[in-house]
Design a protein around this ligand. Structure first.
Ligand code: ZN
Length: 264
């Protein structure tokens, strides 16, 4: 096929030559695609808007002689212009797209990931939820979409689903109640959470656990539809971040940037 019609969201752009861009687009049809945007850095180019970061559009792609696809036509669905009006929302959107660019692969359609990215960008642009809530829910849900979901139904040792306090083993993705942790003689059980994501255990209160369980089990369009009390925002954001970054084995420069504006 010399032409492809795909729908997706622009995750990343790199300038190429005087007027072109290389774009990383997460598509419903083929997963991540790296395509050329010919002339899209020119304001007069018809595909200029659809070649901006975060934009969601349907693209007609044409294969060049070198085998690379370039955008020949585009129909914009959503530009998320409101993201650009707020530095924190913009930083969050950049982080979401950098994570998606890292975890998505070419020639592998991943509609759940695309849907997660778009729902998260909608929420960040609309600012109807606290930014820390959107960030944390995206992180945990992203781990879930990748098949890395933690097992949150009960204590992995004694099976208690309703203990007064738990610890989440970040690497193992398992919960342990406080009793079982002390029986195991884990020194960590007595250690207070320091806020650093490199530590492998996180304390989880029953109310925080209820939120984590909701985020993982909710319908794709409902994963942000919960209220997060302000006093829980920091813990929720921290545990979700630690979980995702540990399992991906890396940090993200866009997350560091986000943290310049937010402590959560
Ligand atoms: Zn237990």
């Amino acid at each position: 096929m010399d032409k492809e019609k795909v729908t997706g969201v622009v995750l990343r752009e790199r300038a190429k030559g005087e007027n072109d861009k290389l774009l990383s687009i997460l598509t419903a049809e083929h997963g991540k695609m790296v395509v050329l945007g010919k002339g899209v850095r020119s304001l007069r180019n018809k595909n200029m808007v659809a070649a901006q970061p975060f934009c969601c559009a349907t693209y007609v792609l044409t294969k060049s002689r070198s085998g690379m696809y370039y955008i020949s036509e585009s129909e914009l669905h959503e530009a998320f212009f409101d993201l650009r009006a707020d530095l924190l929302s913009l930083a969050l959107a950049s982080y979401v797209c950098e994570v998606a660019d890292h975890v998505s692969v070419e020639d592998n359609a991943d509609v759940p990931l695309l849907r997660l990215v778009l729902n998260t960008l909608y929420a960040a642009a609309g600012k109807k939820r606290p930014t820390a809530q959107i960030k944390g829910a995206f992180e945990l849900r992203c781990a879930s979409v990748l098949g890395l979901s933690p097992e949150l139904s009960c204590c992995a040792d004694c099976g208690d689903p309703d203990a007064p306090a738990y610890w989440l083993d970040i690497l193992g993705g398992e919960l342990f109640c406080a009793d079982c942790m002390s029986k195991r003689g884990h020194e960590e059980a007595s250690v207070e959470y320091s806020g650093e994501w490199s530590r492998p255990l996180c304390p989880v209160s029953p109310e925080l656990l209820a939120v984590l369980r909701y985020v993982i089990s909710a319908e794709p369009t409902r994963f942000l539809s919960f209220s997060l009390p302000e006093h829980m925002e920091a813990d929720f954001s921290a545990v979700c971040e630690r979980y995702l970054l540990h399992h991906l084995g890396r940090g993200f420069s866009t997350l560091d940037y986000y943290k310049q504006f937010s402590k959560l």
